[in-house]
Design a binder for this molecule. Structure first.
Ligand code: ADP
Ligand code: MG
Length: 138
């Protein structure tokens, strides 16, 4: 387990890029933390390390956004998902076993479905507005 404090969006992107450099085909990353904690910012860094130049935004209406990089990146934001059934009905489960990299914001909503090898990352906003980012077991 490793905890990093970032003081700017750029530092969080750099941390995401560092994490992204270690990813392999089939990697699943579960991102937890409140709105604005920096989850999407981390995904921007992961995308950068996979050579993706397309802008990464939160998938608002589409639950899953796919980007083509050195590995395919599947970015999910489950904020609007109400149940495990809804996730399964959308056919999203297959991405958890794809040979790309899958990064999931609000992953706690499907915690029962996450593969055993999932990397857990938790982001929180400190009183001084820095972000505390914990990588590893939760
Ligand atoms: N240290 C930091 N790390 C990440 N984002 C930060 C940081 N400091 C300020 N911010 C701002 O906080 C917001 C984080 O948004 P975002 O990554 O979309 O959060 P989430 O996906 O967790 O809801 C951005 O507007 C970003 O500019
Ligand atoms: Mg987000």
């Amino acid at each position: 387990m490793r905890t990093v404090t970032t003081s700017s969006e750029a530092q969080t992107i750099a941390l995401g890029a560092e994490i992204g450099a270690e990813l392999k085909p089939g990697s699943v990353i579960a991102l937890e933390g409140s709105l604005g904690a920096g989850k999407t910012t981390l995904v921007k860094g992961i995308a950068r390390s996979l050579g993706i130049t397309e802008a990464v935004t939160s998938p608002t209406f589409t639950l899953i956004q796919q980007y083509d990089g050195t590995l395919p990146l599947f970015h999910m934001d489950l904020y609007r998902i109400d149940s495990l059934e809804e996730f399964e009905l959308l056919g999203a489960e297959e991405y958890l076993y794809d040979q790309g990299v899958t990064v999931i914001e609000w992953s706690g909503k499907i915690s029962q479905l996450l593969p055993a090898s999932t990397m857990f990352i938790t982001c929180s906003i400190e009183p001084d507005q820095t972000r505390r980012i914990t990588i590893g077991e939760t």
